[in-house]
Each structure stands twice: as structure tokens, then as C-alpha cells.
Design a protein around this ligand. Structure first.
Ligand code: G6P
Length: 612
């Protein structure tokens, strides 16, 4: 949801900004822009991706060692050259980039227009840079002070970087509800929405906290203050990810790389947590809150998108194994519907990025009502991981493809570990079953490896269906959320309309859609609902629908019923979603590829949604 990057140092700034923007492109790709401070302010911006800007800037002056860059996911104003960031003040002395939304921009704009300001763009951001200029004009304040005063009059979310012609070698940055990381190099400083543009320059980072400002100055170094001017001691942390993890590693797309990494990422998410010899699960991150969970009257899971689907699987796991009632909520609905939250509730946020605005707000609401709040996040140091009482990292490694794949299966793995641990603590699972599930879980990475070998078959099936307009995904029990996730994956990257449904619910509506053109993906791996799923397949078949069945290696019945049968390895039912998701990811990937879609950066989407 907009990516921002900044640099102050001795190296040429332009290549640093461009490389950084490429890494942040997953956050938005409607337009790209840079501002370079070098005696004057040079601003270059273009609709489209970083590549388009690179072409536009060819042959133009880019000298300078201080600057900022922005990749946009449009909220206010169309994605065109004019609305692209950076935005400038009326006197042309200030440049500003912004990730977030200034909610009271209309009021501010009106006021500023009354004072003679003329706006060039439709954005909320331009209002902020004019506001800072107005404060400087009125009280002759240096940039830092003017930014601070302006932010006190702003309602909304922001991560901003501002530069002034009058203050060379200096960037002023601030954040509220949108992430911002400072990188500390040798006599140079970096700023970025996440650590990915920083990692190739330095491993030392400071995660700015909410309502903090950072001043990066070539001579004076780094200063961190709160927006109300209290000096803060920077907490310098060491980045764990390395550069290789951010590259495509020989794959055509990040999504394919990430799909193929799942055996390893699942293994990594279990590492040090599952000890099969001792028959033990240890979840150090939530150790101090384990009793809270064991005694919880209810668990509420809040999340968005794919993470919400993981939450639904979590509901089946916690209820089935640990017998704890669970509610799974879209964070965006939960936060606004006056939910009943009690002090003995445990609210778990699931988020790959750890930055999703709605999930964060839902957590804050739960916290204000006294609930215990926990997080399952992938990005270490992310906002959600910081505001929660405790949490578990998924350790799936950086996920760059906008459509989530390995983060999802890592989330499922963590939820399984949690459910099993709680079940054992509560005594809701027989010892033999517990041991069997632990053993199965340990084998999951190997089975994922086997499932990935189905790629060729799925590529073939993709060729059969690449031109259809609709898809239906059906599943029962543990596979119902997988059906939702499969449909979401296809929608996101191929732009084919797809719906996921509980298989039995099909009779109450979607069955009307079925004709000879309609492909129906049926998840038929669960032991407990097998016969029922077979009946559902018959119902689709009777209406001419084309069936792609995801079933297991031992299956013999469905072979005779479905047009295509994809066989994944056998596992225990609660673990099925981790495996049954994989063919659906591969199917979506190949269909999107055959349709010529941009798999890693689907239109209109962003990986990290930091606006509500
Ligand atoms: C966006 C992404 C999805 C993701 C969702 C939630 O919509 O495109 O892939 O599932 O946000 O993100 P989170 O980082 O909170 O898991």
C-alpha cells in the first residue's frame, strides 16, 4: 500500500532509490517517483512501474546523494503522472512522499486554498506538503519543527518523508499506523516501508514506533523523537533475512519460487517447536500466555484475505482438537460492529505482513476491552508483532508475490502446532492421537515436496480451462476454507471469477450456475465427509459440470467420476489443508500465466494493505 524509500549519505542516491523501489513494488505499482536533493530539487515521476520511471529518467540529471522514492497504490486521485508522488509545496522548496491516508485533507485543503494555496493534484498528500509550507511561512520554522506541528493537525495514517532545498543532506520522516524502518550504514542512512530495500546496504535497523519522527542528517546523524518532541533512544536491531531470500533464485516469478519453497518454509515454521522424540510441542513466543489460552472461554481470530482463510482452518483445528470455541472475524467488520469482547477472551491476529490496517485496528479495539492479544505474523518486527502481548512468527521467509502462498501454509502449520499443544495441555486429545498427529506433522514437508511434483498435471489442466469465465471450488470441513483460498488465488492472479463454497451449500444457489462450461474443483480428501463429497460430485456431474477432483493417493472411487483427478499424499485430516492447498496454488499460477497476467503483481492489488 505505497512503498517509500529514502537515503542520505555519500553514494549516488538515484540507483539506491530505484533498487529500493523495485523491492517495494509489491506494495503498489500505480505510479513511481523520486525526488533528488542536490542544490535544487529534481522530481521525476511516471504512471506505472519502476521500469517506466527508469525509461523516463534516461539521459536526465540524477546527480545527488540525498533523495526519496515512492511507489503508489492509489487511494485519492487516479493513478496518473500528476498524482504520482513525490508532491511539492507551492514554492517548490519541499518534497514529500506518503504512505497512508490523510483523512481530514478536505478541511485542510479548503483552509489552505483560502490562504492562497493552489493545488495541482487530487491527492490528500499534496495537502500535507502545502500545510508544512504554510507553517514554515507563518512561523519561519525549520523543516523538522514545521513537520511536527503539521502532524499534530493531521487525522489519519501516514509514513512520510520530507526534504527541503533549504536543508541539504537531511530528511525528516514520521509514522503513524503505516510502517517505516531506518537503516544505519557507515555515514549513511536509509528509510523504507520495510527492510527489503535496506538489507543489501546494512543489517542495522531501527523500526520507528507509532507517532515517532526520525531526522536523518549527513552531519548530525540520526535523531528519533516523538511527534510531541520527546527525544527517544533508538533501539538498533539486526536483520535476519539475507539478500538471496529476496531474489527470484532462478524462477520466472516470485509466486512460483514461493510455492516451491513450501516444504522448507513449513519445516522452518516448525523448527525448534516440534520435538518428535520427546513427543513435545514448545511455543516459546506464547509460553507466558499458554494458561490464558488453555483457560480461554473463547478465541477470536481476526485477519484479512488469505490470512482470514488460515483463521478459518484455525477454527476447525482449535475446536476439533482443543475444544475451545472460536470465532473467526474479518478484521474490517469486527472493528466497526461493536463486538462483545471480554477480558477472558484471547484475540489472535493472523497477518503475513503484520501491517494490515484493519487487523491492527481490530487488535487495538480488543486490547482496549481488556482481551489478551496474540499475533501470528511472518514479518519480524512488524507493527502487529509489536503491539501484541505475545506471538509466534511463521518464519516462512520474505513473501514477495502479492498472492500469498507460503505464508498461508506456514500460518496453517503454526495453528496446527498451537491447537495440538493446547489440546495436550487441556487433555482433550487421546495420547495416541496426539502422537499420531505429531508424527504426521513432521512428515508434512516431505509430503509437500511430493505434492509439488503435481505441477505438470496442473499445468495441463490449466491449459484446458484457461479461457473459462467462472470457476467453482467446493470443500467440506477442513477443506472448506481451502476451497475459499483456492478461489481467491484464481481471482487474484488470473481475473477469472471464482467462488469457494461449502460443498453441501452448493444446493442453495451455486448449483444454478452449473452447466457444461463450468469447471468445479472439488476437494475430496477428507475421510470424514468422503461419501458426502462423492454425492456432491454426482450432483455436479448430473448437470454437466466439469469436475477437477483433489483427492488422495489411495482413492479409487472418484477416478471414475471426475474428468481430472489430482492425487495428493495421504495425511491425517486436520493436516489436509496444508497439502490440498498446493495443487490449487499451482492451478491458479498456470492459468494466470497462460492468460498473460502479471502473476506477481496482479492489477489493483497490493501485498500490504496499510489503509482501511
Ligand atoms: C492483501 C494481500 C493478501 C493478504 C491480505 C492480508 O490483500 O494481497 O495476499 O492475504 O492483504 O494481509 P496480511 O499481511 O495481513 O496477511
Amino acid at each position: 500500500m505505497c512503498g517509500i524509500v529514502g537515503y542520505v549519505g555519500h553514494q549516488p542516491v538515484f540507483p539506491i532509490l530505484m533498487k529500493g523501489l523495485q523491492r517495494l513494488e509489491y506494495r503498489g505499482y500505480d505510479s513511481t517517483g523520486v525526488a533528488i536533493l542536490n542544490g535544487d530539487l529534481k522530481i521525476y515521476k511516471q504512471k506505472g512501474k519502476v521500469k517506466a520511471l527508469g525509461k523516463f529518467v534516461e539521459g536526465k540529471a540524477v546527480e545527488g546523494t540525498t533523495g526519496m522514492g515512492h511507489t503508489r497504490w492509489a487511494t485519492h486521485g487516479a493513478p496518473n503522472n500528476i498524482n504520482a508522488h513525490p508532491h511539492t509545496s507551492g514554492n517548490g522548496k519541499l518534497a514529500l512522499i506518503h504512505n497512508g491516508i490523510i483523512e481530514n485533507y478536505a478541511v485542510l485543503k479548503k483552509e489552505l486554498e483560502g490562504r492562497g494555496h493552489v493545488f495541482q493534484t487530487e491527492t490528500d498528500t499534496e495537502v500535507l506538503v502545502h500545510f508544512i509550507e504554510e507553517i514554515q511561512t507563518l512561523i519561519k520554522a525549520p523543516l523538522e519543527q514545521a513537520v511536527r506541528i503539521a502532524l499534530q493537525g493531521v487525522i489519519g495514517a501516514y509514513a512520510i518523508v520530507v526534504a527541503s532545498i533549504d536543508e541539504p543532506g537531511r530528511l525528516v520522516a514520521a509514522r503513524k499506523s503505516s510502517p517505516l524502518v531506518v537503516g544505519i550504514g557507515e555515514g549513511e542512512y536509509f528509510l523504507a516501508s520495510d527492510a527489503t530495500p535496506i538489507i543489501e546496504h546494512t543489517r542495522k535497523v531501527v523500526y520507528l514506533k507509532d507517532e515517532e519522527m526520525a531526522v536523518l542528517d549527513l552531519n548530525e546523524g540520526l535523531t528519533i523523537k516523538t511527534i510531541d518532541n520527546q527525544i527517544q533512544t533508538p533501539v538498533v536491531e539486526e536483520l535476519m533475512w539475507n539478500l538471496e531470500m529476496l531474489e527470484k533464485g532462478g524462477y520466472d516469478h516470485f509466486m512460483l519460487k514461493e510455492i516451491n519453497e513450501q516444504s522448507k518454509s513449513i519445516h522452518d515454521s516448525m523448527r525448534g517447536r516440534l520435538n518428535i522424540d520427546k513427543n513435545l510441542i514448545m511455543l516459546g513466543g506464547i509460553k507466558d500466555y499458554e494458561q490464558k489460552l488453555v483457560n480461554a472461554k473463547r478465541i477470536i481470530i481476526v485477519a484479512c484475505g488469505t490470512s482470514w482463510h488460515a483463521g478459518l482452518v484455525g477454527e476447525y483445528l482449535f475446536e476439533d482438537l482443543a475444544r475451545i470455541p472460536v470465532e473467526v472475524e474479518y478484521a474490517s467488520e469486527f472493528r466497526y460492529r461493536n463486538p462483545i469482547i471480554n477480558e477472558d477472551d484471547v484475540v489472535i491476529a493472523i497477518s503475513q505482513s503484520g501491517e494490515t490496517a484493519d487487523t491492527l485496528a481490530a487488535l487495538e479495539l480488543a486490547k482496549s476491552k481488556g482481551a489478551t492479544i496474540l499475533g501470528i505474523c511472518n514479518v519480524v518486527g512488524s507493527t502487529i508483532s509489536r503491539v501484541t502481548d505475545a506471538g509466534i512468527y511463521t518464519h516462512a521467509g520474505p513473501e514477495i508475490g502479492v498472492a500469498s502462498t507460503k505464508a498461508f501454509t506456514a500460518q496453517l502449520t503454526i495453528l496446527t502446532l498451537m491447537a495440538l499443544r493446547l489440546a495436550q495441555q487441556k487433555g482433550t486429545i487421546p495420547e495416541a492421537r496426539y502422537h499420531q498427529l505429531l508424527t504426521e506433522l513432521e512428515q508434512i514437508p516431505t509430503k509437500v515436496e511430493q505434492a509439488l511434483k503435481l505441477e505438470e498435471q496442473l499445468e495441463f489442466i490449466a491449459g484446458e480451462f484457461k479461457d473459462v469465465h467462472h470457476f467453482l471450488y467446493l470443500g467440506r470441513g477442513y477443506n472448506f476454507p481451502v476451497a475459499l483460498e483456492g478461489a481467491l488465488k484464481l481471482k487474484e492472479i488470473s481475473y477469472i471469477h471464482a467462488e469457494g463454497y461449502p460443498a453441501a451449500e452448493m444446493k442453495h444457489g451455486p448449483i444454478a450456475l452449473i452447466d457444461e462450461q463450468m469447471p468445479v474443483v472439488v476437494m475430496a480428501t477428507n475421510e470424514s465427509a468422503y461419501e458426502k463429497i462423492v454425492s456432491n460430485i454426482q450432483e455436479v456431474k448430473a448437470r454437466g459440470g466439469r469436475i477437477i477432483a483433489i483427492t488422495t493417493e489411495k482413492d479409487t472411487i472418484i477416478e471414475g467420476l471426475a474428468e481430472f483427478v489430482v492425487k495428493i499424499p495421504e495425511t491425517a485430516e486436520p493436516l489436509t489443508p496444508i497439502l490440498s492447498t498446493i495443487p490449487l496454488q499451482l492451478l491458479a499460477y498456470h492459468i494466470a500465466l497462460m492468460r498473460g497476467c502479471n502473476v506477481d503483481q496482479p492489477r489493483n492489488l497490493a501485498k500490504s494493505v496499510t489503509v482501511e
